[in-house]
Design a protein around this ligand. Structure first.
Ligand code: C5P
Length: 216
């Protein structure tokens, strides 16, 4: 079994940046599992569906291609909000499960391991992961980060709107019946509120290195 690193946490906690850097540093394959839910959502938005139609949502999840995962529309705020709605549907989660598990079990490019980030990697997708990080930060810190990110991308949006969206998504992701966002019992918690990206990466790498050494 090749080592798997699970990086979970709420929206704008910094988990994506950390996971990507960990993967680059270790030479592991990287999968942004949120991108799968976002790609499902984007297909639904573009076909005019409201995300309530489970059959349409499952079909959208099953139709995702590599091109979908590179679509700039994935990063839009509306896509993220729709993603958190369709992610609450168990049949959609089921439709995306096998791909995520196969990626972890047999990382593409014959990579020596895999890093997956999401909400349920350490709890559901890879419960036996070698290292599990659960990344958090206060709502205010995450809101400010997401707001700056959206402004830099040219989306004209008020901070208060970003905070409202964030709270709604946190609530949906944490309170849904299907794979709710929560730390695995054996996860290492990392609060990035007071850390810049370098300090957060240093802390994450230290935690992961200790877990990898324990497995070796
Ligand atoms: O991480 P990101 O913001 O791209 O994820 C978008 C949405 O997809 C999240 O709000 C969450 O509802 C859902 N998601 C999930 N399980 C994952 C990854 C993402 O439910 N493993």
């Amino acid at each position: 079994m090749k080592p798997v690193i699970a990086v979970d946490g709420p929206t704008a906690s910094g988990k994506g940046t950390l996971a990507r850097r960990l993967a680059a540093e270790l030479g592991f394959a990287y999968l942004d599992t949120g991108g799968l839910y976002r790609a499902t959502a984007l297909r639904l938005i573009r076909s005019g569906s409201d995300g309530e139609d489970v059959t349409a949502a499952v079909a959208a999840a099953g139709g995702i291609t590599a091109t979908d995962l590179k679509d700039p529309g994935l990063r839009e705020e509306a896509t993220g909000n729709m993603a958190s709605k369709v992610a609450a549907l168990q049949p959609v989660r089921d439709a995306l499960f096998a791909f995520q598990q196969a990626f972890a079990a047999d990382p593409p490019g014959d990579a020596p391991g895999a890093v997956l980030d999401g909400r349920d990697i350490g709890t559901v997708v890879c419960p036996k992961a070698t290292a599990k990080l659960f990344i958090t930060a206060t709502t205010a810190a995450r809101g400010a980060r997401r707001h700056a990110e959206l402004l830099a991308r040219g989306e004209d949006i008020a901070l208060e709107t970003v905070l409202e969206d964030l709270r709604a998504r946190d609530h949906r992701d944490s309170h849904r019946a299907a794979a709710p966002l929560k730390p695995a019992a054996d996860a290492d918690l990392l609060d990035t509120t007071e850390l810049d990206i370098e300090a957060a990466f240093f802390a994450a790498r230290k935690l992961v290195t200790a877990r990898l050494a324990r497995q070796a």
